[in-house]
Design a protein around this ligand. Structure first.
Ligand code: DLL
Length: 445
């Protein structure tokens, strides 16, 4: 089956055909060899890893005999990076680092990550491979509206698009009116941005009287935040492009850890550079393949910052059957949300993206929303702030609110108070959208 699928495709359908369609057995041989090297790198060069790895009972990385032995290794979590701030988990001297990125997070110190020149080169290869799989081609103009700077989105997409052989427009996030003008004038074939910022661009274009559907866009490569199929439909309709999902995180590399192909059937996680597992967040045990769990990633080739069983807090499912595109690499199904974002509303577990899926595309409602979390006694409650489309008269807002609350109750199973606000009332994002305002610990006025 695998071979039939792959053999109906040409080498030119892939950027790295040999490795993207490597039979699983060969892929796993490569992974085992690289896993040993990666563990050796951590063991020998990062003092923090040494006692933790020694405590597993393994004498050295060579004792790893199969990929199943991965389960003997300890997890790494975000606070481990913070506790070793800034360079404590690096496996290379600072002078060998070519670049540093950092994510600010909401509390405490930033999470700092580093790359050797070889790490940057591998990253560029993986983003180029991802962009190609998503439909970008050498020679395309890539309008890159991911934020440049310490965030990995901007420079990560930039280097990958350059490696692909595209012409990059390094516009970064913000200055949305100018973005629209540039898009109308340069006619990029590819747009890279967060999905929420893509919508903000679409909205400003409409206000400026620019029809982005006529501007030559063909592919959007959107990620860095959870988004729903409803949001995909909305962006595709308003921009006239095919929207693809790209996933990644700075602790592991940045964008390009996984990306959708044209079949939109999960994101191909690049298994020649990473090992993917899903675990039960409470017990730490692996969940059966295909069941939802917390995504855990081990890096196989990172020199500067090898990561062993990094707990991403992202909830997803893995599928390992070969995709219709012929790629053999695991498919990571759409990340619906982070463990930390999960709300428990009167006993029901809810991710903001589930509410998004219900609301986006409903008649009269604009695709911008925020959830306000509050506490009544011991129970968490949620108020949804949504926006009416400009065409809706204010008298109809209560009707819209009732309709939205009804659908949330019917589909997600929670009672939410819905407020319909005037067009433009919800802040627009220039990067990752802020979907939740948490007022639970605020003193009552
Ligand atoms: O957001 C890297 C990135 C940049 C990915 C551009 C894609 C495009 P961080 O800032 O470290 O890195 O945030 C990582 O963002 O653990 C997820 O919770 C979330 N995330 C990233 N991509 C997706 C996605 C970048 N496609 C965190 N769907 C991750 C859902 C995503 N969540």
């Amino acid at each position: 089956m695998t071979e039939t699928v792959a053999s109906t495709r040409n080498q030119s359908d892939f950027l790295h055909a040999d490795v993207e369609t490597l039979p699983r057995e060969k892929l796993e041989q490569l992974q085992l060899q690289r896993l040993r090297e990666s563990v050796r790198n951590a063991w020998e060069h990062v003092p923090w890893h040494k006692p933790r790895l020694a405590a597993t009972g393994l004498k050295s990385a060579d004792d790893i005999k199969s990929l199943d032995d991965l389960q003997k290794l300890p997890f790494t979590v975000k606070t481990d990076l913070r506790d070793n701030y800034p360079f404590g988990l690096f496996a290379r001297p600072r002078t060998e680092l070519a670049r540093i990125h950092a994510s600010s997070g909401t509390t405490g110190k930033a999470t700092v990550v580093g790359y050797t020149a070889q790490d940057l080169s591998n990253w560029a290869d993986l983003v180029a491979r991802s962009l190609f799989g998503a439909g970008a081609r050498p020679g395309d103009i890539v309008h890159n509206a991911y934020g440049y700077g310490l965030f990995t989105g901007g420079l990560g997409a930039h280097d990958g698009a350059t490696r692909l052989g595209a012409t990059v427009v390094p516009v970064s996030g913000g200055g949305t009116e100018r973005q629209v003008t540039l898009m109308a004038d340069f006619r990029p074939r590819v747009l890279c941005s967060t999905p929420s910022y893509a919508l903000a661009i679409a909205e400003v274009a409409e206000q400026q009287g620019v029809d982005l559907r006529q501007c030559g866009l063909a592919v959007g490569v959107f990620g860095a935040e959870p988004w729903s199929e409803a949001m995909r439909d909305e962006i595709e309709a308003r921009m006239g492009l095919k929207a693809r999902d790209i996933y990644g995180l700075s602790e592991i590399m940045g964008p390009g850890v996984a990306c959708e192909c044209e079949h939109r059937n999960g994101l191909h996680g690049w298994e020649d550079h990473f090992l993917f597992e899903t675990i039960d967040p409470d017990t730490g045990k692996r969940v059966p393949e295909g069941e939802p769990g917390e995504l855990v990633i081990t890096t196989l080739t990172k020199q500067a910052l090898p990561m062993i069983r990094y707990r991403t807090r992202d909830i997803t499912r893995l599928a390992r059957e070969t995709c219709s595109c012929g790629r053999t690499h695991v498919r990571i199904l759409r990340v619906t949300g982070r463990n930390d974002d999960m709300l428990i509303i009167r006993g029901v577990n809810v991710y903001p993206s589930q509410l998004e899926a219900v609301l986006v595309g409903r008649p009269g409602i604009a695709p911008h929303y925020q959830l306000v979390l509050m506490r009544e006694g011991v129970l968490d409650t949620v108020r949804m702030e949504i926006e009416a489309l400009p065409s809706v008269p204010t008298e109809q807002y209560p009707l819209l609110a009732a309709d939205a609350a009804h659908h949330i109750k019917a589909i997600v199973g929670i009672s939410a108070h819905v407020d319909v606000l005037a067009p433009g009332a919800i802040p627009r994002s220039q990067g990752k959208a802020v979907r939740v305002r948490d007022l639970r610990n605020q003193p009552k006025p």
